[in-house]
Design a protein. Structure first.
Lengths: 223, 223
DNA sequence: AGGACGCCGATCGCATGCAATCCATGCCTG
DNA sequence: CAGGCATGGATTGCATGCGATCGGCGTCCT
């Protein structure tokens, strides 16, 4: 079986469950745990140094997000990502994040717009500096998160977390060409400008086209 | 504390967890467990006749769906539904179910279209027969579910289950006027026709307007 | 009297044990 | 030799116990 990273004993409340969740999610989405791999509670608990309970709860969370599939008395199996899945995910992201951008344009506070602008600045700097893919991906995530936060919706973050596989996006960003990166930056800027100008239609359209365009790179990443 | 229905010992695998989940979800969404109520694992376990483990997992699922809020060392608190929440939920449903209807128009199989037609027939019959609200709501759900199924998407059902509170919808349908019911039936027919005619634009628009219109009744139901 | 500190109870987080269930393997039978 | 069946092992589902942590309340000090 593929080895999962052994981790140090963590502090804080609910730390074991969250650590198990974070480790598994990272390993699965990064592809280190191949699709089809069986994840056994006891084995994971032993490797992570926890008991079965937190591992079990982490697996249930992952199952709710669709990353693994629970089979009674068999264990949890990593579900495979087909190009169709990625396509579907990105289309839904475009729908939901487009809505988020539109809401942000309508009702973001000055503070939230400021947050978006800072995130965008960091994103541009990380690209100009030729930062490693994981850092660029983090800055990209931060910008998207700032838009969702600026939407003021309580449910959009939940829905997006269900369908957005961060490491999948990271892998896609890692394989961006120079042109892809430039386009990504400029599309982010369009979204930012739209929100600053309270241009709802542009905000929706810019975010939608940004994600629908990124879709192709992401699809290529899994096929 | 509000009493939860004591239930008989259930059969089958994972029965305790699923029963606890079903009971709690029903009680919460129907309003028998008032918003703000604290749900304690030990107390629920005692009332339901299970141990804390399945209750605990049920609560985590409910928290993931946003029905309750977990607070460390305090318990789970029933999250209140404000008119704003209902509005937001219905807008997102309109977005997602509109997408579902569009996809259905594009790629539903003959079998799936047949399913939709049957569900619609049952809905119309239940209304003509003056069936009780809970049955009308069930038929309504069945139609919407048939559209989502016809979309062929694996993720739309998951996303919709996260934001759709069935009993909330049921309560709204219970307070429909005769005109509301007629409108609902006719809008369903528009969706069905659109899918049959492979008219994607109409499918999206009809479903969206159907849900956005129903929104006002639902909002009135919680305020 | 007002505020801060410390103790105590309540509650969750995690560990572990037991029982039920399912799959696979090997044997027996036709 | 093929098919069905019984048995054993592996795995999850659930129960329960213990420790950690947080909130509430009383008390003491200022």
């Amino acid at each position: 079986m593929t080895q999962v990273t052994p981790v140090a004993p963590p502090p804080g409340p609910a730390a074991s469950r969250e650590t198990a969740y974070a480790v598994l999610r990272e390993q699965i989405s990064a592809g280190r745990l191949a699709p089809g791999t069986w994840l056994r509670e006891a084995a994971l608990a032993a490797e992570l140094g926890f008991s079965r309970t937190p591992v079990r709860e982490a697996l249930r969370t992952l199952a709710a997000e669709g990353l693994v599939e629970l089979v009674h008395n068999r264990g949890a199996r990593v579900v495979p990502w087909t190009p169709t899945d990625v396509d579907e995910t990105y289309r839904l992201r475009a729908l939901l994040e487009g809505e988020a951008a539109g809401l942000a344009a309508r009702r973001a506070t000055a503070e939230q717009v400021e947050q978006m602008a800072r995130a965008q600045e960091r994103y541009e700097r990380s690209i100009d500096a030729g930062a490693p893919a994981v850092e660029r991906a983090g800055c990209n995530d931060a910008f998207h998160a700032s838009v969702v936060a600026a939407s003021g919706s309580n449910r959009l973050p939940v829905l997006l977390s269900v369908i957005t596989s961060a490491p999948l996006v990271a892998r896609a960003i890692g394989s961006y060409t120079a042109d892809d990166l430039r386009r990504s930056v400029l599309q982010h800027r369009d979204v930012l400008t739209a929100v600053q100008q309270r241009d709802e239609a542009l905000a929706v359209a810019a975010m939608r086209s940004h994600i629908l365009a990124a879709r192709y790179v992401a699809i290529a990443g899994v096929s």
